[in-house]
Design a protein around this ligand. Structure first.
Ligand code: CA
Length: 232
């Protein structure tokens, strides 16, 4: 099935370049030049993925990410941000508000297509019963079990829930507070530090397989499960 991809970008030259590149891969591009057109496009048809420019006239990219994440229709649609060079703070803010990935301008069509492919693949990783498989890791929802390279690995129930949440929201950064909300259900008696403890335990489980790097610490922001281990 052809993926429908919404491009939200105010610069016609970039928009056209992206649309052209998408068509060469049999994706169906839909173009919007601002937030208003983006909302109209989404109302017309929910896209499989959204490419979102950071610097838009009127409503900014970050506001738009926030809105898309709030609306039930677009809550789970993957978003790739198109950012200008060196806007590290913007990128962190983007992840915090629910973007899935970003590409830095100027980017090549090839680079963009590779990211799109990766993000679309990830969004299809969660199976109907809630099992998730990413790389060597498989979380079996039926047995509530972690398998690494098909080998069963012991995981405590909290670690299981934490890993399940993080694998299901791959490449997004979550703050300790957000993880407490989503994984622990926002109980106020639990301290932020609890998250660090369980993250450490998870890494210990992954360490013998050299996969502990998949759980990244994002300085000043929180934690992220990365489908591709960082090279640094
Ligand atoms: Ca722009």
């Amino acid at each position: 099935m052809q993926a429908h991809i919404l491009i939200v970008e105010d610069e016609p030259a970039i928009r056209d370049m992206i649309a052209y590149a998408l068509r060469t891969q049999d994706y169906q591009p839909v173009c919007a030049q601002d937030a208003k057109e983006a909302h109209e496009a989404v109302a017309n048809r929910i896209p499989d993925l959204i490419l979102l420019d950071w610097m838009l006239p009127g409503v900014s990219g970050i506001d738009l990410v926030r809105r898309f994440r709030k609306e039930p229709n677009t809550r789970d649609v993957p978003i790739i941000m198109l950012t200008a060079k060196g806007e590290e703070a913007d990128r962190i803010a983007g992840f915090e508000h629910g973007a899935d990935d970003y590409v830095v301008k100027p980017f090549s069509a090839r680079e963009l297509l590779a990211r799109i492919k990766a993000v679309l693949r990830r969004s299809r990783e969660t199976e109907e019963d809630g099992s998730i498989e990413i790389g060597a890791l498989r979380l079996d929802a039926n047995q509530q079990k972690l398998l690494i390279n098909k080998e069963s690995v012991h995981l405590g129930p909290t670690e299981y829930r934490l890993l399940h949440f993080m694998m299901g929201h791959c490449n997004r950064v979550y703050s300790r507070n957000q993880l407490l909300d989503f994984v622990w259900g926002g109980s106020s008696e639990i301290e932020d530090r609890t998250v660090d403890v369980h993250i450490r335990r998870l890494r210990k489980v992954l360490e013998p397989f050299k996969l502990d790097g998949m759980i990244e610490t994002v300085r000043g922001a929180g934690y992220r499960f990365s489908a591709v281990q960082s090279k640094s």
